[in-house]
Design a protein around this ligand. Structure first.
Ligand code: 5AD
Ligand code: SF4
Length: 444
């Protein structure tokens, strides 16, 4: 068995885990292929955060069942959070499956795949010491490297399956991480995004998240640093000061609020009140003027009243997030809230969700319109998908900017004047300073 097809579902952490798996597999002599038809083994790296995510994967397994009926020797595996969540029940439920491997089993993946060719295998032990800190992920191409700095979560929000699928919180060592960042820069990456479930609670026993930001800021050749997702309760003065003082740390934070009603926040066990969240926003805005903020919101949590929902909608109007990810509550087996009766109908969840999406679209549109006429600095990523005569990249605020191709090199910072905007994209023209002069930074 040599050729593996790897497909990724869910969050950026899963994308990073797939890069880790690719590294482990390639080191063991496996080759990654682009099409399932060309593979000896198929691995789905899955998500369990909402029921819908699991249903998508079960649907996809149907496609692979058809492939396997033609080629019975094909090995099909499910990795990641859904594997950990459903464990060997998955093997019972799906005749097509040969392997179930949770997030702490990737070190032995080559061996597991070989064994699975003989008989069904499940590796779903969580390991509170496994950080994969010594392994080298095989990163995809591009200018942005996703670097996992912490695994697992200790917060146990009552709706969330992650502490059960990814286990207890643990951090990689600062020295391993700086080595990874340096290597990413050598490979051509210009931006790192640090990943963790509560990324700002990072602590390796000696260094905290502020130390990591400062040490990374000193890495030569790196242009930008971002991170996701922080927990509001872990947003310390030290972290905010490091953000404000490190020029490479971008003025942008994704700060999940979930709800603005204190009763709901308490039932969710989020560990902050809305007033405390607001205080974090104020401190961030005072220390980093113009900082872009985005958030996650869940509607229809058990017990959420019309008034609670209205408070969340009002909070989003007050804070004016640049963007927001909005979700309908999905009861997850194994979590505390799973036992609580659902009090908001699917229709009402849908209404609340649609209303918040509309409201956020208007806010994002107004905010982005306000940028028309301004110059932003873009890290050039490559050709725009829709129009090959245009380039695209992100602004410091993590907004997508599309602008006409003026020869700007991928991986360089480029000044662009915004001439039009939609809620999701800024349209720009390279400003005269950029056309006349060299790029702000050139790295060969
Ligand atoms: N139902 C709906 N949304 C959820 N999230 C996490 N668990 C659930 C759930 N059971 C959302 C939260 C989190 C984001 C990654 O997914 O908003 O911040
Ligand atoms: Fe889930 Fe809460 Fe941990 Fe985030 S902080 S991963 S929502 S338990």
């Amino acid at each position: 068995m040599k050729r593996v097809f790897l497909e990724t579902y869910g969050c950026q952490m899963n994308v990073a885990d797939s890069e880790l798996m690719a590294g482990v597999l390639e080191d063991a002599g496996f080759e990654r292929v682009e099409r399932p038809e060309d593979a000896d083994a198929i691995l789905l790296n899955t998500c369990a955060i909402r029921e819908h995510a699991e249903q998508r994967v079960l649907g996809r397994l149907g496609d692979f069942a058809r492939l396997k009926s033609k080629r019975p020797e094909l090995v099909v595996g499910v990795a990641g959070c859904m594997a950990q969540h459903l464990r060997s029940r998955l093997l019972d439920r799906s005749a097509v499956l040969d392997l179930v491997v949770g997030p702490d089993g990737y070190r032995t993946l080559p061996d597991l795949l070989r064994r699975a060719a003989g008989e069904p295998v499940a590796h779903v032990r969580l390991d509170r010491d496994e950080t994969y800190g010594d392994l080298e992920p095989r990163r995809g191409s591009g200018v942005r490297a996703w670097v996992t700095i912490q695994r697992g979560c200790d917060k146990f929000c009552t709706y969330c399956v992650v502490p059960f699928t990814r286990g207890r919180e643990r951090s990689l060592s600062l020295s391993d991480l700086i080595r990874q960042v340096r290597r990413a820069v050598e490979e051509g990456f210009r931006e790192v995004v640090f990943l963790g479930q509560t990324v700002n609670s990072y602590h390796d026993g000696t260094h905290d998240f502020a130390d990591l930001l400062r040490a990374t800021d000193a890495v030569e050749g790196l242009l930008r640093i971002r991170y996701t997702s922080p927990h509001p309760s872990d947003m310390s003065e030290r972290v905010i000061a490091a953000m404000a003082e490190c020029p490479k740390v971008m003025p942008q934070v994704h700060l999940p609020l979930q709800s603005a009603a204190d009763g709901v926040l308490e039932a969710m066990r989020r560990t902050y009140t809305y007033a405390q969240y607001l205080r974090v926003v104020e401190r961030l805005r005072a220390a980093i003027p113009g900082i872009a903020l985005s958030t996650d919101i869940i509607v229809g949590f058990p017990g959420e009243t019309d008034g609670d929902y209205e408070q969340t909608a009002a909070a989003m109007r007050d804070i004016r997030f640049d963007s927001a990810f909005l979700f309908k509550y999905s009861a997850r087996p194994g979590t505390k809230a799973f036992a609580w009766p659902e009090t908001v109908s699917e229709e009402e969840k849908g209404r609340r969700l649609t209303a918040l999406i509309d409201q956020q679209q208007r806010i994002s549109a107004t905010t982005n319109d306000g940028l028309i006429g301004q110059e932003v600095e873009v890290l050039v990523e490559g050709r725009a998908r829709r129009n090959q005569t245009q380039l695209h990249g992100k602004s410091a605020h993590f907004k997508t900017v599309v602008f006409e191709d003026d020869g700007a090199a991928v991986g360089t910072l480029h000044r662009v004047r915004i001439v039009a905007a939609t809620p999701l994209t800024l349209i720009g023209r390279a400003s005269s300073s950029a056309i006349a002069g060299p790029p702000l930074v050139t790295i060969s």
